[in-house]
Design a binder for this molecule. Structure first.
Ligand code: UN1
Length: 476
């Protein structure tokens, strides 16, 4: 049984929830203590108390804690990658890669702790100088999703701590395992009591208690649009900052002059790897006429070669869907796509024979229309649809015809179209001849339009959200 962490103490609760392996429902990974509103308030109080010392702590201490955390995560990447695949269902290779990414993020912010800078500038008033510094924001509520059980906690927690904030961390209900390990590692790495508090539990209770507390100074959230709106409303009521990363309906444009093999690789990776459960997944494949049938046939070929199975089986290329309700949603959308008149060219079947897990064949729709709901709403599963475009101009306008704006990809060998697309794609991240999903850990991450709100995550840009600026005027 795994406890909560509140004020540096391990806290047991009578109420627990079990962590189930989506590849095999008989496999119970562990039991996790569940917080209620009272315990969440205690965690917030602990974070408030810890803030006075941590906010002015030595950068050497912050650096050491973050570096030791990174070192341990990296050293245990196979074990933690295994846990990640077991609790979330992405393949072992993806699981280990995600853990490595989390280690890299902690290393990056261990370095950033040492690179804090300010500015001294002349004043327009005689004899005075102006100093511009950055200070921590306070207590940060961190609410993370299930699809990146360690990387997203890492890229929210590491900068929060690096810049001197304290944290109340609520991981996703479905994947407490890796999140718990991060909290445990941070404590053993020397993080002072109360600087990070781990409160596992339902969003409606623990998440709500974080949102309702006037003592929380900022909230960083990744998850659905609906929940994101609730977070934003609660933050507006308290006049505090929030950072929201929500959905995507990301286009991958494939032009006639694309390298076919690479375009297909980008489509298969972007649409189906991690079981399509990435907000950066390419769910709309917008393909021009001259390459359309060759592209579809080559995708089908690649789909025939996929092995859907237990996430930790080394032969598996696509693991299970994360849980029953996500599986139901995926299947409902596949049904809906058919009713809307799209042509289900490959897959889409529930695979019950493999083992007791949430297995679903990836689905490829072709001849789909831009106004179909399968092309407008985020499905968050291994479902992609091909939309035909006459030319680049039409492809671009289809790509932008969405309320979302997280990533947008293009496969082409035309320099002119690449340059134009980078400028005119309405998305926070543009990928050229690369999959729309899978991003670096040291550069800003975030979207435009309905996908994101607030400052960017990751890289040096993370400090915009996790610090506040102070301007001091001084005469000798
Ligand atoms: C990636 O594509 O590597 O929840 C990262 C998500 C995103 C992260 C995607 N916030 O899917």
């Amino acid at each position: 049984m795994r406890p909560l962490f509140i004020g540096g103490n391990r806290v047991d609760t009578p109420d627990t929830r079990s962590n189930i392996n989506p590849s095999n429902l008989n496999d119970v990974i562990d039991h996790y203590c569940v917080a209620d509103a009272k315990l969440t308030e205690r965690a917030i109080d602990a974070a408030v108390e810890a803030f006075s010392a941590w906010s002015v702590s030595d950068i050497q201490l912050r650096h050491d804690v973050l570096r030791r955390t990174a070192d341990e995560i990296f050293a245990r990447r196979h074990e933690l990658g295994n846990l990640l695949s077991r609790e979330e269902g992405k393949t072992l290779k993806e699981g280990i890669a995600e853990v490595t990414r989390a280690a890299n993020i902690f290393w990056f912010f261990a370095g950033e702790a040492l690179r804090a800078t300010g500015e001294i500038v002349p004043s327009v008033r005689s004899g005075a100088t102006v100093e511009i510094t950055r200070e921590p924001v306070g207590v940060i509520g961190i609410i993370s999703p299930w699809n990146f059980p360690i990387a997203i906690p890492a890229w929210k927690i590491a900068p929060a701590l690096c810049y001197g904030n304290t944290v109340v961390f609520k991981p996703a209900e479905l994947v407490p395992g890796c999140a718990w390990e991060v909290a445990d590692i941070l404590h053993r790495a020397g993080l002072p009591a109360g600087v990070l508090n781990f409160v596992y539990g339902p969003g409606s209770v623990v998440g709500q208690a974080i949102l309702d507390s006037p003592k929380v100074n900022a909230v960083s959230f990744t998850g659905s649009v609906d929940t994101g709106k609730r977070v934003a409303e609660a933050c507006a009521r308290h006049m505090r900052r929030c950072q929201l990363e929500m959905g995507g309906k990301n286009p991958l444009v494939v032009l006639d002059d694309a390298d076919l093999e690479n375009a297909v690789e980008c489509a298969i990776d972007g649409s189906y790897f991690s079981t399509g459960q990435r907000c950066t997944a390419s769910s709309r494949l917008i393909v021009t006429e001259g390459i359309y049938s060759r592209f579809v046939e080559a995708c089908v070929d690649r789909l025939n070669g996929q092995r859907i199975g237990d996430a930790r089986d080394p032969n598996t290329t696509i693991g299970p869907v994360v849980d029953q309700s996500q599986l139901d949603q995926d299947i409902d959308y596949i049904e809906l796509g058919r009713r809307e008149g799209a042509n289900l060219r490959w897959g889409g079947l529930r695979l019950s024979a493999v083992s007791e897990g949430f297995y679903l064949q990836p689905a490829l729709f072709i001849d789909s229309g831009p106004h179909m709901r399968i092309n407008r709403e985020e499905i968050f599963g291994p479902v992609a649809s091909v939309i035909r475009a006459r030319n680049y101009e039409e492809a671009l306008s289809l790509a932008n015809d969405t309320p979302f704006g997280l990533t947008a990809g293009i496969c082409t060998s035309s320099f002119k179209h690449v340059q134009h697309f980078k400028r005119h794609a309405q998305a926070g991240m543009v990928m050229v001849n690369m999959p729309t999903a899978g991003v670096d850990f040291h550069v800003p991450f975030g979207g435009s339009k309905g996908s994101s709100l607030g400052q960017r995550e990751q890289g040096t840009y993370a400090r915009e959200f996790f610090t506040q600026v102070k301007t001091s005027y001084q005469r000798p």
